[in-house]
Every structure is written in C-alpha cells, then in structure tokens.
Design a protein around this ligand. Structure first.
Ligand SMILES: *[C@@H]1O[C@H](CO)[C@@H](O)[C@H](O)[C@H]1NC(C)=O
Ligand SMILES: *[C@@H]1O[C@H](CO)[C@@H](O)[C@H](O)[C@H]1NC(C)=O
Ligand SMILES: *[C@@H]1O[C@H](CO)[C@@H](O)[C@H](O)[C@H]1NC(C)=O
Ligand SMILES: *[C@@H]1O[C@H](CO)[C@@H](O)[C@H](O)[C@H]1NC(C)=O
Length: 607
C-alpha cells in the first residue's frame, strides 16, 4: 500500500517542486537554465551520481530486510557489496575518509569533536580544499548536498568557513543534527533555519527533490549527496566548544534516546526484535579490553533495546520512501539510465551483541561491515558481490565514473562495478581491510544509573585491526592500546565469540594448516604496515614487506621460507592509550623500524 502511495504522489508533486525551486530564489548558485524544461542534455554525456549516506545503519541486524523500496529500486536493480567495510566505525572520521579516499591515520580526523575531529579539524587539516566535491567540480560536475555532512558542524561555525565544493548545499547543523523533530538546516550561505515540529527526513526529502530538480536543469553532469540522519539515535546535545576529557561531563552534555519515526510509521513492526544470534547477550564474556568486562544485560535492558531496534526500523521507512521518490524523479526526468545511485552508511551498529548497549565504535562485524548498494549503467542487476571493498574506495570509484584522474594519495582503489570487472577482481583484488579507532566508545542505550559500572562513555577504546577475507580464510586481528590482542577465525566462529588471543582461551596449535604462531606473525606484520600506510601501500601492503612482488596475499606470505623473516619483524604495540593519533603513543613505526624482505635477506630499509 505504502509503495503505491509514494509512486502516485511523485507525479503530482513534480510540478510543485519546479514551482518551488524557481520562485523562492533560494538557490542563486544552482540556477542553470530556468527556461529549459526538466529533461536536459545529459543523455550520452558523463553519468550523474546520486549518493545516499545514512547514519549508523546496520547490515548485520538485517535493516535492509525491512526496506522494500530500496530492495526493489536498488538491490534488485543493482549490486549489493556484502563485504563492504568502513575503516573507522564512527560518523565524522568515517565520512571524512569516505570523502577524501584516505584512512583516518592520513586525514588525522579521528574523532567527532575537536581537538581530534569534527568539522573544525577537517578544516584545519586543509581537507576543505581536498575532498570529493572539489575534485568533481574540477572535473566539470555540478555538486549538491543535503543532510548531515560532519559532526561539530554547528550553528556557530558553519560559515567559518563554509564547507567548500558545493554548488548548492543544505546541511543539518549541530546541536540540532540528531533532533528528529527539531532539526536545523542551513542552505548555501543563508543563516540556519529551524524545522521545529517537522520530521527531519521529510524535510530532507523536500530539499533533495528540489536539488535534483535544479541539477536536472543544468548543462553539466551532477553529483547529489543525500545524507539523512536516520537511523541514528535522537540526541539532545550541547555545543562542543571544549574537548571532552571527563566522562561525567559528556553525560551532562549528551542525551541519547531511540530515534523517532514519522507518525505514519510509528506502529510498524510491533513484533520485531534484535536477531537472537549466538553473539546476542551471550552467557559468557567475549572480546577484549572493556568489552570483556561487560555484564550480561537484564530483561529490562533487552526489552528497551528491542524497542530501540524497532524505532530504528521505523525511522528507516522515511529513508525507504526518500530513495523511491528520487528514483521515480530520475525516471521522470529521463535521467535514470545515465545515473549511478550509491546507497551506504557511515558505520554500522550493534545492539546487544557481545552484551554491548546500542552503539558503534567497535571492530566487530556489526560495526564495520555495512550496506553498500550500487545501481547504474553497466552495474550487474540483482548481484551480490563477495569482493572486499571499503569506504576508502568510494572517492576513487566516483572520480573514475566522472572520468576524472585518480589521485596518487588515495589509500583505496576503484570498486569494480560491471560483472566482468567483478569476475576479474575475484582473483586480483586485495583481501584486507584496515580498521582503526581512537578515543572512546559511547553507550546509546538506557543507562541504569543505579549501577556505577554502567558508564555511558568508555575511554581507552583505541585499537588497530585488520580484516582479511578470501575463499580460504576469514580473520579479524586487533591490537588494543593496552596491548591486549584479539583474533577471530570467522570461518569457524562467524559471531566472533572466541578470541583466540585471550589468555583464558586455549590456543589452537594450527591455523590455516600451519602452526598458529606463524599465522599470527604474518597478521601482525601486515597490521604493522597498514597502521601507517600511505597511498598504494594501503592497497598492496605485502609489497612493502616483499618488494620483489612475489607475495600478494596471506597464503603466499605463509610460505615457510619466510618464517625467519617474520619471526624477526617488529610487533605492533602501543606505548599508552591516547584519545587521538599521537604518534609517540603508537609504538614502533614500519617506516622507521620495519624489515623488508629482498632476495632471501632482510633489513630495515628505512634507517
Ligand atoms: C558549479 O560550480 C562550479 C565551480 O564553481 C562552476 O564552474 C559551475 O558553473 C557551477 N554550476 C552552476 C550550474 O552554477
Ligand atoms: C528547537 O530548535 C530551536 C533552534 O533552532 C530552539 O530555539 C528551540 O528551543 C528548539 N525547541 C525545542 C522544543 O527544543
Ligand atoms: C586507560 O589506559 C591507561 C594506560 O594507557 C591506563 O593507565 C588507564 O587506567 C586506562 N583507563 C581506563 C579508564 O581504563
Ligand atoms: C593529529 O592531530 C592531533 C591534534 O591536533 C595532533 O596532536 C597530532 O600530533 C596529530 N597527529 C599526527 C600524526 O600528525
């Protein structure tokens, strides 16, 4: 029923949208050729790109199963990349990495607020002039964006300076970004406007539809970014003028509650519950560091968190409608055949897995393995891709589609989109993901204050990790800032219940058919390279260890001829826990101290 409602409404609304964008004069930059009708000269030229970026949407809690319109318009008509990963599981660092094509250790935007992150850090790192929309404009694209760009992009700093690179923009601003019923948006160079009493995703849909209308009238191909805040928690926040250094202080400044759906969706899915997977509120502690000391959740927690889960699914219904509305309009404008549509999120989400309260910021699959769907010319329909892709690959992918040159400092590489490219990539593409995190983890659930251990903010959530996935193996390896280690063999333990490197876990004697310690030495050496990699080394890290080029993957590195070399390699370790990327807290660095294998001998090339 709902679906037909949406489709019918689109046709009726189009003329209203045209009238709005032509008469209200809010878009001085975006006026292309007002005399032209909706259909422009785009056909046969470079493709348009529509990029949906949701906030905190999971793959593993099955959110996509509840989105029939996205299923119909994107998944059935495009490719779902089931092994797509973010590289830092929190909003701002992840978004900055996505829009710059760089790991967070190369942007040094590692947090959501200053001094280590947020919009001010993005600006002070010089990235406001070195990110995707700038490069797209240089390549001849018109660029539009509406919704959340970064955290700590506020009603006070939005114009100091304005986010660069957009022909037209309408951003959500803090501290109202996550207020579903009292959002503040800020258009082009105008002052912020409050939308008290309206649902933020419905407001966003109007803005996105308006920009699409404007973009469709232009002579040039366009990029349109649409970034709804759903299904992020509703947050009542104060402005972050000062760094967070005390958990109690954070608590006073931040109040998380479940997301708020639009009225028309508030009664849906009354029986839905967080999937009771084997890692859901397990009977025994799992993981490492602070995760391992979490207590099992009470029935009161579980009930509340199931409600939290339903509220997420309900708020996502507005996104489902938003996507369908954009696809219908692209079709009406005759642009659909020449437009790539991307749908992804900034990071994943957990609710109850490993006993965790609702939140993100961890290295578990729930937090890092996230939806990516692509539809467009030449993209395989109804395909589920198994290759490893990451957020770092998206900027290279989009520039390639735009026909723009790639950049030497990209830490990722373009994602294969056609069936033949996918087939080729199955054997040639890298098999790793570099995962990194600095700072704290926040619990967004209900905090039962009667328990003093139930902290909302957990410090020392600093770790480096890697995922490595092939037909033969599937591993997660992490080193925490307190030097605890984690290793999961996801082939036999897909829910990451058995940390093979915890002192309480019996170590297997063998892994992948070789002695356990040999695998560990390779994984650690790989992480040693990746934690400070730059450019091509992030894509081909084995090459840094084996410059002769005879080792491309873990299997090849396991050759026993390299045993002595890997035994000598420096290990990943931290000197101390820091809330940001402070080099001297991060132990030995590959470029200074790593060994390189050449013709049977090895030495440190760099000293
Ligand atoms: C979009 O901005 C670019 C860069 O400023 C400019 O060259 C282009 O003409 C603008 N497009 C429109 C439709 O105004
Ligand atoms: C809604 O946001 C505006 C600022 O944009 C603020 O002045 C107002 O107090 C807020 N209303 C509520 C109910 O929080
Ligand atoms: C964080 O780690 C440091 C060691 O780097 C330790 O001294 C401190 O007690 C830890 N803090 C918490 C809250 O666990
Ligand atoms: C990252 O930024 C922080 C905060 O400005 C700074 O203290 C640190 O030295 C930077 N790290 C690197 C590796 O440049």
């Amino acid at each position: 029923m709902r679906f037909f409602g949406v489709v019918l409404a689109v046709g009726l609304q189009l003329s209203a949208v045209v009238a709005r964008s032509v008469t209200d004069g809010q878009l001085p930059l975006a006026f292309g050729h007002p005399s032209q009708s909706g259909v422009s000269g785009h056909a046969g030229t470079r493709p348009n790109i529509v990029f949906f970026l949701t906030d905190d949407q999971d793959l593993h809690l099955n959110s996509l199963d509840y989105l029939p319109l996205i299923q119909e318009h994107l998944i059935d008509k495009g490719t779902l990349y089931k092994r797509h990963y973010c590289t830092t599981a929190i909003c701002c660092p992840s978004r900055v990495s996505l829009l710059t094509g760089k790991q967070a250790h190369n942007t040094n935007v590692t947090d959501v607020v200053p001094p280590y992150g947020g919009y001010p850090k993005f600006v002070s790192q010089g990235l406001n002039h070195a990110y995707l929309p700038i490069w797209l404009q240089e390549a001849g694209y018109d660029t539009y964006y509406t919704g959340k760009l970064f955290n700590a992009h506020t009603v006070e700093n939005y114009d100091a300076p304005f986010a660069a690179g957009w022909n037209a923009s309408d951003f959500l601003l803090d501290p109202y970004t996550y207020m579903y019923l009292n959002a503040t948006y800020q258009r082009n160079q105008d002052p912020p406007v409050s939308y008290e009493g309206r649902h933020t995703v419905d407001v966003l849909a109007e803005k996105a539809n308006g920009f699409l209308e404007d973009a469709a009238k232009g002579d040039r191909p366009f990029f349109l970014g649409i970034a709804p805040v759903a299904p992020h928690s509703n947050v009542k926040a104060a402005l972050f003028d000062d760094p967070i250094d005390d958990p109690g202080d954070v608590d006073k400044r931040l109040a998380f509650t479940p997301p708020i759906p639009a009225k028309r969706h508030e009664h849906l899915f009354e029986d839905a519950k967080v999937p009771r997977t084997p890692n859901f509120n397990p009977d025994f502690p799992t993981g490492a560091s602070w995760v391992r000391s979490l207590k099992q959740q009470s029935q009161e927690d579980l009930d509340f968190n199931d409600h939290f889960y339903r509220q997420r699914l309900r708020t996502l219904q507005s996104v489902d409608e938003l996507v369908a509305g954009i696809v219908e309009r692209l079709e009406a404008y005759g642009l659909l055949q020449n437009t790539y549509i991307f749908y992804t999120t900034d990071n994943g989400y957990h609710i109850g897995q490993h006993r965790l309260q609702p939140g993100k910021e961890c290295g578990f699959e729930e937090d890092i393995n996230i939806p990516l769907i692509v539809r467009g010319p030449g993209v395989s329909e109804g395909e589920v891709a198994e290759i490893v892709t990451t957020h770092i690959d998206l900027a290279p992918t989009i520039l390639k589609l735009a026909g723009a040159p790639s950049r030497a400092d990209f830490d990722g590489e373009a994602i294969p989109l056609s069936r033949s490219e996918l087939q080729e990539a199955a054997s040639a593409r890298h098999e790793h993901v570099t995962v990194e995190y600095w700072g704290y983890a926040a619990s967004e659930g209900k905090v039962f204050r009667r328990d003093p251990d139930d902290a909302r903010i957990i410090f020392n959530n600093t770790y480096k990790a890697l995922r490595i996935i092939s037909a033969e193996y599937n591993l997660y390896y992490a080193v925490w800032c307190n030097n605890e280690h984690e290793l999961y063999n996801l082939k036999t333990d897909p829910y990451q219940l058995h940390n093979l490197l915890h002192p309480d876990t019996p170590r297997p004697s063998h892994l992948l058919g070789v002695p356990f310690d040999k695998v560990l030495a390779r994984l650690d050496a790989l992480l040693f390279v990746l934690k400070s990699c730059k450019g091509k080394t992030c894509v081909r890290p084995w090459q840094a260890l084996h410059p002769a080029g005879n080792v491309q993957n873990l299997r090849e590195a396991l050759n026993s001829r390299f045993d002595p070399f890997y035994k000598e390699q420096r290990r990943v370790s931290f000197t101390r826990c820091e809330l940001g990327y402070i080099l001297d807290a991060e132990g030995p660095q590959f470029e200074a101290e790593g060994l390189v294998y050449r013709q049977g001998v090895w030495w440190s090339e760099w000293v």
